[in-house]
Each structure stands twice: as structure tokens, then as C-alpha cells.
Design a protein around this ligand. Sequence first.
Ligand SMILES: Cc1cc2nc3c(=O)[nH]c(=O)nc-3n(C[C@H](O)[C@H](O)[C@H](O)COP(=O)(O)OP(=O)(O)OC[C@H]3O[C@@H](n4cnc5c(N)ncnc54)[C@H](O)[C@@H]3O)c2cc1C
Length: 479
Amino acid sequence: MALNRTAIVQGLQQLVGAANVVTDEQELKRSSIDRLRLYEDVHGLYTRPIPAAVVMAHGTQHVTAVLQFANRNRINVVARTGRTATEGGLETAVEDSIVLDGSSMNRILKIDTYNMQATVECGVCLQVLEDECRKLGVTTGHSPQSKPIAQMGGLVATRSIGQFSTLYGGIEDMVVGLEAVFADGTVTRIKNVPRRAVGPDIRHVIIGNEGALCYITEVTVKLFPWLPQNNAFVGWTLKDMRRGFEALRRVMVGGYRPSVARLYDPPDGAFHFGSFAAKDDCVLLFMAEGPAGIVKATVEGIGEIVAQFPECRPVDPRHLAEWFADLNWGADKIANERREILATRAMGRTTEVSADWSTICDIYENALSRLRVEVPDITMAGGHSSHAYINGTNMYFVYYYDVKCPPEQEVDRYRTGINRVICEETLKLGGSVVHHHGMGKARTPWIREEYGSSYYILERLKRAFDPNDVMNKGCVIPQ
Ligand SMILES: Cc1cc2nc3c(=O)[nH]c(=O)nc-3n(C[C@H](O)[C@H](O)[C@H](O)COP(=O)(O)OP(=O)(O)OC[C@H]3O[C@@H](n4cnc5c(N)ncnc54)[C@H](O)[C@@H]3O)c2cc1C
């Protein structure tokens, strides 16, 4: 028989101690959602099923005990660390779920500058780790905009990517080894070695699982030399996105590895570069970092390639350095955003996709032309490419709309429709519907089409590791 809420709370208190089981009503309501329902949240409205409790885990033993209890009693568990999720990954899909919070597992276990790797518990905030690393002259190379708040468990669980990805890669390129706990309480450790060829790379069952297969308790990531004195910015304005994509492509296929490689369209660029860009300007920019000789060669090589586009006009690099210094989102920006939403009813959101060089500009143009006519109350639609690869790039759509409906209808009326347009246009041309924010629950309608015949593998993984469907119900794999 299913346990009721009181029995769940009592069971959890016995396992981890009453002090680690949160049952405050307001906190439970806030724990039923993430930033997908930000508009409801700022209005104090909560339409998702409310969890029974939030458990503050203080170690792998707590995680194991809670997962075994949940698995035995068929209770849904939502893993949580930094709470910056944007796609509904933290939503509790059914009543009386358990939110298993790892933010108290926040010890940096080792920063090893000889073997260039750091081992941390899942609740270590990336900014804290990065600050400690820099004191020793090294960097994680990971810099998502959510760096001041996001924590290592969530960053690995969502396959996050940072602003310097063109040089250092996404989190999947940085993770060396892990510890994770599965639904039945099995604790698994993947050891830290530079590479191995001993069958499939099982790290990738864990990286990106979004709490739908297992709970990540510990992570080891690579480190790199930190040489900020050599950082260099270069940038240009131009009038045409298609030409901008082509310049970006030539830099990437030319073999260069800037840390940052971005192309902004005019509406999005106006938000960031109003101090120097005209209203119809696209902005193409790069940052190079690392040893001085590599930086010099990178900047010169990019300059030679962009010179093949005579319409490009150079930008004073100081503007770019100033802009970049204020790009991350800490608690202050998040608080300001909430105040602004309440005052203006204007919502700004994003959807990020990826595709090869042949199709990315068509996806960008097709999606934007549909958005402008199909979505009501839209006040701005644009975007930028922010993560470039040798074989393609991402497109980060940015859009604003004025909410003209009750708060509880906002997601359905606006966000879902916008996602539909962007995902449909992306899939039509063979791209991927999520570049880095994770599937959450918001983008699962497109998962079968995204995976095609390989959906078989994903479904089997879920059935094998979570046969009772207690790991983040509805996340990644639709209910
Ligand atoms: C302002 C802002 C900027 C952002 N910028 C970027 C960016 O530049 N790049 C980027 O990639 N993302 C970005 N994001 C998205 C988000 O920050 C990342 O996805 C981040 O990785 C989430 O980490 P978190 O610790 O906050 O995880 P949470 O929000 O707590 O959880 C995210 C997901 O991971 C699961 N999860 C959390 N912890 C664990 C665990 N220990 N084990 C298993 N599953 C777990 C959760 O169930 C949920 O599905 C941004 C978000 C915001 C709000």
C-alpha cells in the first residue's frame, strides 16, 4: 500500500534525522518547481503537485538510504543541487515526492595540481571551486552563466557547458570519474584515469541523466593552467547573420581554438552591445586564452580569416572585455529579474538548439520567421551562437513577451508554443532540440523524434536502472 505523507515524513526522519527533513509548507511549494515556472513563482502561485518533504543529504549514506526507502515504497525522488534548472527538471511530477537536496554535500575533497584534477562532492558551487583553483594557478575551464549558483552535481547531471567551451569543451569533456547512487541503493564509482578502452564509456550513462537514472554524489574534473594575463578579445560588426556564420565556420574549420566564439543577431546584440553596435548590426566576437604564443597565433589567425569578409568592421576590444566581465548571473541579478517581472509582466526566456554548419542559419531564420507571426504578445525574438565546433554550432534563441493571461497559463500559452516552433524547425533539418539546458520535463514531447531509433537504448537504460520509475518521474523520458 502507498505510504501517506505523514508516513513518508516519519520514515525519512528515522533514516536521516528530523533536522534534515524539511516540511515547511512554503519551502515545499517552492520545491515543486524550477525556473520554468518562474512567472507563477513570482506571483506566489504553485500549480504542480507539492512534495512530501525535502531531505538535506549530508553524505552518500543519506542518499543511499533515501533512495532505497523511496524505491521500496514507490515514491518519486527529485535530485537537486543548485536549483538553477530552467526546463522543469526540478518539478515534482506527482504528489508526495521526495526532493533529495545535495547542497550540503559541499566539501572540496582534493585539488591535485600535479595530476591536474579536482574531486568534489555534488553540492560544491562551481564558483567556490573555481575561486579555490585560481588561488593555485589553475582553472576548471568551466564557466556557465550560472557559475555563481549552480553546483557540481547539477552541472554534470544536465551536461552543462560554459562560455569557454570552444577551448575546454563541455562538462562531458571535463569529467574524469564519478560516484553515483542508483535507485536500489547501489553505489558505483568510476575511477579517475586519463583514458581507457575497456568497453563503452559508462561515464556517459551518468553525465546528463538529470536525476532520471541515478544520483551523482561525487565528481572529479580536469584542471587547466590559469593565465588570465594573456586573455585577448577581438570582435567585429557586420550586417548579415549568414555571413557571420560563415566567418565563424571558417575560424573553426581553420583549426583555431579560441575559448569564446560568438555571433549575435541585431535584436539580441542590441541588449548587449548598445554602446557600440548599430540597430542592424550583428556582432562576431572571440576570446583567446592560454600560453602567450597560442593567444597571439589565435588572434592573428582569426584576424586573417575575418579579413576575407571585407564588410566586417572591428570593435574596440575594451568594450568586449567590459561586457564579458558582467555576463554571469548571481543572486542579485536573479532578485532584480523577479522584481522586473512583477513590475512589467514582461518575460525573457531562451531555447538552445544545435546543428551542423549547413543547416544552422536556415533553422535560425525559419524559426524566427514563424515565431514572429505564430506567438502572441512577443516583443523581441533573436539570438546568438555561443558554442562553436568543427562541425557546427548552437543557436541560443532569446525572446521576450508581455504576459497577457493569468500566471498559471503563462507556460502553456507562450513558452510551450515557442519551444514547439524552435524544436520543430530544428528537427526538420536534422539538428538537436537541446544544446545544454537539459531536457527537463519541458522538452520531452520531442524526445522520440530527437533520438529516432536510438530511443531504444535510452528506454532500456531507464527500465534497467529504475524499474520502479522513482527517479525524477517524467524527466528526460516522458511518463
Ligand atoms: C541564469 C542562468 C544561466 C544559465 N547558464 C547556463 C550556461 O551557461 N550553461 C549551461 O549549461 N546551463 C546554464 N544554465 C542552466 C543551469 O544552470 C544548468 O543546467 C546547471 O547545470 C544546473 O545546475 P544546478 O546545480 O543548479 O542543478 P539543479 O537545478 O539543482 O538540477 C538540474 C537538474 O539536474 C538534476 N540533478 C541535480 N543534482 C543532481 C545530482 N546530484 N544527481 C543527479 N541529478 C541531479 C535535477 O533533478 C535537475 O533535473 C543557466 C541557468 C540560469 C538560471
